[in-house]
Structure formats: structure tokens, C-alpha cells
Write a protein that binds this ligand. Structure first.
Ligand SMILES: Nc1ncnc2c1ncn2[C@@H]1O[C@H](COP(=O)(O)OP(=O)(O)OP(=O)(O)O)[C@@H](O)[C@H]1O
Ligand SMILES: NC(=O)c1ccc[n+]([C@@H]2O[C@H](COP(=O)(O)O)[C@@H](O)[C@H]2O)c1
Length: 290
């Protein structure tokens, strides 16, 4: 279906919005259709990134009037310039291998990855445009069209940055949390209640999911293990391990050290990022935030 209004977005060359796993019909007409979007570096994608979607799916089924009709990973642009950010081509390929080979419903949208940096508010608008304006939402069993709610899916560390001055603009926060909403997954080391302390105005649109199994795998730790020549098998999906090996990624430091040294160093690197604001969110402060 052609949209009535021209697209307000810029597009990478040869881009097509992925829909091969997007449901076109709502199973339960009493529910509101929902698409989940996780924005991030995914350098590389880990099981925890994928697990966020499964946790959200259980939560949505048990606690809400939504029905999930699709889930997307949206890798950030290279211009985000976060330390450890591998080029977008590799990150998109790894996410695609993980989604296609380990899931039946997840997709990867390369729109954000293959162009200039786009704020999260704009990324969510892009999904809303593609799904609702271009495709008219989804159908109910009686043939009526129903708009799909797009919602951000994020870890509590990312949401905590929403209370840090200068990282997110106020209008963007209102747009993201007021219009779309967010499902927040608890992340070890990032207090959930503290993360949403300053966001109470949008509480009705914020869904919190606690971790029942603690697992603090992060991309930073995976990169560090790889740099030290340590195995990351069973921490990240097998097709991603294979891809990393085939392309010799994340090995700019020779093998050394033991696994525990790797983990400790990873912790240090994460802490250092937080202390110095050298993470992507820190980049946001001076860069493309609002
Ligand atoms: N272990 C986890 N638990 C909960 N959320 C997570 C976890 N790992 C990543 N996320 C969430 O996934 C999204 C994308 O994360 P991102 O790509 O930055 O991964 P990361 O592991 O934090 O990366 P890095 O270690 O490079 O900072 C963010 O919303 C982040 O909060
Ligand atoms: N102002 C904003 O829109 C804003 C600020 C900080 C992070 N983000 C997004 O959050 C994600 C953060 O990813 P990392 O956790 O890898 O830093 C990225 O997709 C980034 O674009 C957006």
C-alpha cells in the first residue's frame, strides 16, 4: 500500500523494511497489536539481547492486553562511535544470523545502521511509519485494519541514562515514553527503581520486567574474551561465534590471560566507560542527542 504522505525519513541505498516475520493478522481480536523494537550497538549480539524479547513476550502475554505481532533488533549507526563498535555491516550480519537461526519471530532492521546517526525517537517513528502508514497496521479476523503499537524494548542501564542530563532531550523522552512506551528488562548493576525515578510522569507507559535468572553477559565482556583468545561459545549464539571466527573479528589484542582475568578486565572496562562517560551514551551528550 502506498502511503498518502511522502516519507519524512532518509533511507540507505537498496533498503527494504523487513516484514517476513511480521504477522499481518491479529490472532485475538480483543488484543492490541504490538511490535517490539530494541535499539543498541549489538557489537556483538548476545543471548541476553535475544532473551530480552522472550522475557517481554511472556510478560506481554501474562500481564497486558497486547498481542505481539513482530520483534525487531535495530543496530545503531557507525556514527554512534561507541568504543568497541564494529562496522555496521558485520553487526547487522551477526544480528541477522542470530535472529534467523535461533528465533522464529525476530527480525533485524538495517535502516538505522546504514545511515547517519538517528535518535531513538526517530527510529521508533520510522517503525511506526513503515508498519502503520505504509502498511496500514494489521488486520483482524473480520478484515478490519488495526494500528500497531510500536514499543521500545531496553535494559535498565539504557533507561537509567534517560535521567542523565544531556543524553536525551525532553521532547524526545516525551515522544518515546508518552507516545510509544517502553518495556524495561532488569539488568544486573542497574537499579530498576532508580532507573525510572525521574520518569514517573510516563509510568502508565513503562513496563518493568525483573530478571528471575541472573546473567550478566554483555557485549563488552564478549569482546574482551575474544581479544584475549578466550572462548565465547554458549555465551552468544553459535552462528555469531562462527561468523566472528570466519571474519577474525574482535582480535586486535593477542591471546593471553585466564577466563577470570578476562571477566575482571571486562568489568573494569565497563566501569571505566561509566566513570569517564566514554560510552555511546556519553558520546550522545556532545553528539547527536537532540
Ligand atoms: N544482560 C542484559 N540484561 C538486560 N538488558 C540488556 C543486557 N545486555 C544488553 N541489554 C540491553 O540491550 C540493549 C542493547 O544493548 P547493547 O548493544 O548496548 O549491549 P551491551 O551488552 O550493553 O553492549 P556494551 O557491552 O558494548 O555496552 C540495551 O537496551 C541494553 O540495556
Ligand atoms: N537521544 C537519544 O535518542 C539516545 C540517547 C542515548 C542512547 N540512545 C540509543 O540507545 C542505544 C544505546 O545503545 P548502547 O547501550 O549500545 O549505548 C543506541 O541505539 C542509541 O542510539 C539514544
Amino acid at each position: 500500500m502506498a502511503p498518502d504522505t511522502p516519507s519524512p525519513f532518509t533511507y540507505p541505498l537498496s533498503y527494504e523494511f523487513p516484514t517476513h516475520r511480521l504477522a499481518t493478522t491479529l490472532r485475538n481480536p480483543d488484543k492490541q497489536p504490538l511490535v517490539l523494537v530494541a535499539c543498541g550497538s549489538f557489537s556483538p549480539v548476545t543471548y541476553l539481547h535475544l532473551r530480552m524479547f522472550e522475557m517481554a513476550k511472556d510478560y506481554v502475554r501474562q500481564n497486558t492486553d497486547f498481542e505481539i505481532v513482530g520483534g525487531y533488533l535495530s543496530p545503531v549507526s557507525d556514527q554512534y562511535k561507541k568504543p568497541g563498535l564494529l562496522n555496521a555491516n558485520h553487526r547487522v550480519n551477526m544480528c541477522t544470523a542470530a535472529a534467523e537461526q535461533t528465533s522464529t519471530w525476530l527480525m533485524v532492521d538495517p535502516w538505522e545502521a546504514f545511515q547517519s546517526y538517528q535518535r531513538t525517537a526517530v527510529v521508533l517513528d520510522h517503525f511506526d511509519f513503515e508498519i502503520n502508514t505504509v502498511r496500514g497496521g494489521v488486520r483482524t479476523s473480520d478484515g478490519a485494519q488495526r494500528p500497531v503499537r510500536v514499543m521500545l524494548l531496553a535494559g535498565s542501564d539504557l533507561i537509567a541514562t534517560m535521567s542523565e542530563p544531556g543524553v536525551w532531550s525532553e521532547p524526545d523522552l516525551d515522544h518515546i515514553l508518552g507516545r510509544y512506551g517502553v518495556i524495561i528488562i532488569e539488568r544486573a548493576g542497574a537499579d530498576m527503581d532508580q532507573a525510572i525515578d525521574n520518569l514517573s510522569r510516563w509510568r502508565h507507559n513503562i513496563h518493568l520486567i525483573h530478571q528471575l535468572i541472573q546473567n550478566d553477559v554483555s557485549s563488552t565482556k564478549v569482546r574482551l574474551f575474544l581479544r584475549r583468545g578466550l572462548s565465547v561459545r554458549y555465551l552468544i549464539p553459535a552462528p555469531v561465534v562462527d561468523y566472528i571466527e570466519q571474519h577474525g573479528l574482535y582480535v586486535d589484542e593477542g591471546p593471553s590471560a585466564s577466563a577470570s582475568a578476562g571477566a575482571n578486565a571486562a568489568e573494569k572496562e565497563k566501569g571505566k566507560d561509566r566513570d569517564t562517560g566514554a560510552s555511546g551514551s556519553g558520546t550522545e551528550k556532545s553528539g547527536p542527542s537532540s
